[in-house]
Every structure is written in structure tokens, then in C-alpha cells.
Write a new protein. Structure first.
Length: 102
């Protein structure tokens, strides 16, 4: 079976980060993350969390309240997944209700 996965193009890890985003954040915050390599986001939860947090850190608007699931979903879609990403606000809310509220 042949895989079409390309680590330089596709997102990896629990937060599904792409290399371009990783490289941008690494350059911006090099003094904090200089020893982390992109492929480590796939299996190192600590590094994946750090980079996801850095991604939100560059957003100039505050996060919605923690109990505002629809607000968090819209924020995620706009600033993390973006208009080009395949994720939807509805899927975010459904996933929250299924996995967090159970």
C-alpha cells in the first residue's frame, strides 16, 4: 500500500500543525523552542501543546470564555484552522459535546 503522506505538506500531531506554521513559530519564538524539531510534534505531547499555544499567542484577540463552546469553535476556525482548513465550527462543537461532556 502506498501512502500519499508528506511531512512537509501535511499536518501532524494531536493539534494537526503544518510545517509552514511550525517554521513560522520557530522563527518567531526561536529563543523558546530552538531545540524542537517538527517531526517531534507527532509523538511529543508537551511539544505539540507548546506549539499550539504559541499559535494562539500570536492572535491579537483574547480567547472566548472557557464555557463558550461556540465562541471557542469560531475562534479556532478563524485563527487556527482558518477559512482554508477542512474543519468546521459544527464539527468542533460536536467533538466537544461527544468527548468533553460525556
Amino acid at each position: 500500500m502506498t501512502s500519499n503522506f508528506n511531512i512537509d505538506v501535511h499536518a501532524i500531531g494531536i493539534f494537526q500543525m503544518e510545517r509552514k506554521t511550525f517554521d513560522w513559530l520557530s522563527e518567531k519564538y526561536w529563543f523558546k523552542v530552538k531545540d524542537i524539531e517538527f517531526h517531534e510534534l507527532e509523538y511529543n505531547l508537551k511539544y505539540a501543546i507548546i506549539f499550539a499555544r504559541l499559535r494562539y499567542l500570536v492572535v491579537p484577540h483574547p480567547l472566548p470564555d472557557a464555557d463558550d463552546v461556540k465562541g471557542l469553535a469560531a475562534y479556532w476556525k478563524k485563527y487556527y484552522n482558518t477559512e482554508y482548513g477542512a474543519g468546521t465550527v459544527e464539527e468542533f462543537v460536536e467533538g466537544y459535546e461527544k468527548y468533553v461532556l460525556r
